[in-house]
Design a protein around this ligand. Structure first.
Ligand code: HGY
Ligand code: MN
Ligand code: MN
Length: 437
C-alpha cells in the first residue's frame, strides 16, 4: 500500500489579494458559498465529517439549484434553463453579445455520500470569477458563462453526465426524458416536478471554449506533491447492469449441488471484476458498487440479484478487452450455475483527450501563479468530457486530501480551493482576451 502523504499542515490562508492589473477572486466569498451549498441536503459521515446528499432531481437537488440560481440572478446574469434542466448564466461581453461565450461549469447534484466540493467547486468558482469581474468593472471581449449540468453523477439516473451529454447533442431529449431511475422515477417527470424542465432547446449553443475546475477526487496530486493538475483528458467508462435470475430455495434443506444461487453468482462476478483489474493493472479500475438481492433474507437462497459493474481505462482497446473478458466469464458462470444473466448498458463513453492549447494554457497559468503543476488524466467522469465534443476544452484539478471523494470526508484545503478559482479566472480571461483559441 503506497504510503499516503501526511495531511498538509492545516488549511493555508486563502489568497484574497486583488492586485491592480491581475484580478483575484474573493476567497472568503467562495468558501462561504461552498459551505452554504453544502448545508443543502446535509449529511454527516461516520467520522463526523460534513457532506451533502442531493441525488439528481430530488427535492434536495431542487433546493440546491434554487440557491445557486439566486446567486446567479443576484448578479443580474442572463439565466437560461434548458430542456434537460441545465442552467447557464451568462454575463454579456463588452459589446453586449451573449453568443460564443468562454464557458465554465460543473454540477451540483451529488451521490448519496457526497462531499462538499465534488462539482460544487466548479460551479461556485465560475460564479465567483464573474462576480470578481463585475465588482472590478472589468469588461471582456467575449461573454462569460457558468453552468451547472443536470445529473452529472448518474447515481440515480444512468448514464452519468446526462445533462451535458444532451447539451452536446449526444442523446435526444425524448430519450433522456424516458430514462427511469433506480427508484422507478422518470427523468422527464422529475424535471417537471422540481420546476426545472426549461424552455431552452437542446443541443445547447456552442461556446468559444470550456474549462472546468474540479477536485481531483484521487490521490495523485497530493502523493506526487503538485498543487494544480492540468487535466489531459478523461478515461473511458463502461457501466453495465446485470440481472441474475436463479431460484429461491430453502437455505437449510437445499443441497449445494441443487442450488441456482443468484447471491453466489453475484459474489463470483464481483470477485472476477477485482481479479481482472488486478491482472490488467493500473490505470484499469473495476467496481461493483451496487448489489440488490431478492428476497434478501437470511434463510432463502437468493432468487435474483441486480448488480452494476463499472469498468474504466484510459485505453479504449483495453477497456473493450475487459468487457469481452467479463462477458465470457458471465456465459461460463451462468452455464455452470444454471442461472440466466441479462445485461443492460447504463453508460458507455470512450476516453476523451482535451485540447492541447487549453491544457497548455492551464499549465502555464497555474505555473505563472506560482504553483507546481502536473499533467494527468481524470479517473472520474466530468461534464467537460461532453463539452469537448463542442469546443476546445480542458480542466483544472486541485488536490483531494488522501484522494477521498464520494464521501463526506472529501477535503481540499481552503487555499487550494481559492487558488483553483484564481487559475480559472486567469485562464478564462486569456481565452476571452488572448489569442490562444
Ligand atoms: O462516476 C463518475 O466518474 C462521476 O462521478 N460521475
Ligand atoms: Mn464531479
Ligand atoms: Mn462525483
Amino acid at each position: 500500500m503506497t504510503a499516503m502523504a501526511s495531511p498538509s499542515a492545516g488549511p493555508r490562508a486563502p489568497t484574497d489579494s486583488n492586485t491592480a492589473d491581475r484580478p483575484a477572486v474573493d476567497g472568503r466569498r467562495l468558501l462561504r458559498r461552498l459551505e452554504e451549498l453544502a448545508a443543502v441536503g446535509p449529511i454527516t459521515g461516520a467520522d463526523g465529517s460534513r457532506g451533502s446528499a442531493r441525488l439528481a432531481l430530488t427535492d434536495a437537488d431542487r433546493d440546491g439549484r434554487d440557491l445557486v440560481v439566486t446567486w446567479m440572478r443576484d448578479l443580474a446574469l442572463s439565466v437560461s434553463i434548458d430542456a434537460i434542466g441545465n442552467v447557464i448564466a451568462t454575463r454579456p461581453a463588452r459589446d453586449g453579445s451573449l453568443t460564443s461565450p468562454v464557458m465554465t461549469g460543473s454540477h451540483i447534484d451529488t451521490v448519496r455520500t457526497g462531499g462538499r466540493f465534488d462539482g460544487n467547486l466548479g460551479v461556485l468558482a465560475g460564479i465567483e470569477v464573474i462576480e470578481t469581474l463585475i465588482e472590478r468593472g472589468i469588461e471582456t471581449t467575449r461573454p462569460f458563462a457558468v453552468a451547472f449540468f443536470t445529473n452529472e453523477e448518474g447515481a440515480r439516473f444512468s448514464p452519468d453526465m446526462l445533462g451535458s451529454l444532451v447539451y452536446a447533442g449526444g442523446m435526444t431529449i425524448e430519450e433522456a426524458y424516458d430514462i427511469v431511475g433506480i427508484d422507478g422515477a422518470r427523468v422527464g417527470d422529475e424535471l417537471a416536478r422540481i420546476g426545472y424542465l426549461g424552455a431552452q432547446p437542446c443541443p445547447g449553443p456552442v461556446p468559444h471554449a470550456f474549462v472546468e475546475l474540479h477536485i481531483e477526487q484521487g490521490p495523485v496530486l497530493e502523493l506526487e506533491g503538485f498543487r494544480i493538475g492540468a487535466v489531459t483528458g478523461v478515461q473511458g467508462i463502461s457501466w453495465t447492469e446485470l440481472t441474475i435470475t436463479g431460484q429461491s430455495n430453502h437455505a437449510g434443506t437445499t443441497p449445494m449441488r441443487f442450488r441456482h444461487d443468484a447471491g453466489y453468482v453475484a459474489a463470483r462476478i464481483a470477485t472476477f471484476v477485482r481479479e481482472l483489474a488486478t491482472e490488467i493493472g493500473h490505470p484499469h479500475v473495476g467496481t461493483v458498487g451496487k448489489i440488490d438481492l431478492h428476497p434478501n433474507l437470511v434463510n432463502v437462497v437468493a432468487a435474483t440479484a441486480v448488480m452494476t459493474v463499472d469498468l474504466r481505462n484510459t485505453d479504449e482497446a483495453v477497456l473493450q478487452e475487459s468487457e469481452r473478458r467479463l462477458h465470457a466469464f458471465l456465459d461460463e458462470l451462468s452455464a455452470a450455475e444454471g442461472v440466466t444473466i441479462s445485461k443492460r448498458t447504463l453508460a458507455r463513453f470512450e476516453p476523451v483527450i482535451f485540447d492541447d492549447r487549453v491544457i497548455d494554457l492551464v499549465e502555464k497559468t497555474a505555473s505563472d501563479l506560482g504553483n507546481t503543476v502536473m499533467r494527468l488524466p481524470s479517473g472520474a467522469g466530468h461534464d467537460a468530457q461532453m463539452m469537448a465534443r463542442l469546443c476546445p476544452t480542458a480542466m483544472i484539478f486541485t488536490q483531494s486530501h488522501l484522494g477521498i471523494s464520494h464521501n463526506p470526508a472529501e477535503h481540499t484545503d481552503d487555499a487550494d480551493l481559492v487558488m483553483g478559482a484564481d487559475v480559472l479566472l486567469r485562464v478564462m480571461l486569456e481565452l476571452s482576451e488572448g489569442t490562444v483559441i
